[in-house]
Design a protein around this ligand. Structure first.
Ligand code: NAG
Length: 166
């Protein structure tokens, strides 16, 4: 039995077990060491107009199994989805690639700050949200590329969608 403790990516490759008969017999297999990665679309900075919906998308890739949980924090405080503020919800879709969407409706100045996506089995990632003063009819969300975002009229409650992958 071959055991590799604390595997690193460089341990990936073909491993062969040989028996020293004549001729030698063996069996080889490929070991792939993966490292989960976490991305927040639009990081490190997102600029959002006051009154629009903040949509933070956190993606976890290369995880041998979906993260059992993904926690979101705002300025190091765990986000309370039942706060009097209202309009804060999270949707997590688990699979080969797990995606968690944090939606904050009617963005206001106190919603600015550091948001962290913390999957229970992968590195955390942080994005800084800047809520810009001044209303904009069709709120523009800027994060690397410009895109239009329409106001979400449906009030989303905390919904967890679980799609079992493979
Ligand atoms: C949030 O953004 C993602 C893409 O980053 C998009 O697929 C999703 O539909 C958006 N959700 C809402 C409610 O706007």
């Amino acid at each position: 039995m071959l055991q590799i403790r604390y595997p690193q990516r460089r341990d990936s490759g073909f491993y062969e077990c040989q028996v020293s008969t004549t001729p030698p017999i063996g069996h080889s297999m490929y070991l792939s060491v993966v490292e989960p990665i976490t991305i927040i679309i639009g990081e490190p900075d997102m600029y959002i107009y006051k009154g629009s919906t903040i949509n933070l998308t956190c993606v976890v890739k290369h995880s041998p199994e979906p993260p059992p949980a993904i926690y979101w924090t705002h300025n190091s405080q765990e986000i309370n989805y039942d706060s009097p503020r209202g309009g804060v919800s999270v949707i997590t879709e688990k699979g080969d690639v797990t995606t968690s969407y944090l939606l904050i409706q009617r963005a206001n100045t106190p919603d600015s700050g550091k948001y962290t996506c913390n999957p229970s089995n992968a590195n955390l990632k942080t994005v800084v949200v800047h809520v810009l003063n001044g209303e904009h009819p069709a709120a523009i969300q800027y994060g690397g590329q410009l895109r239009l975002q329409y106001p979400v009229s449906v009030f989303l409650l905390s919904v967890v969608v679980t799609l079992i992958g493979s």
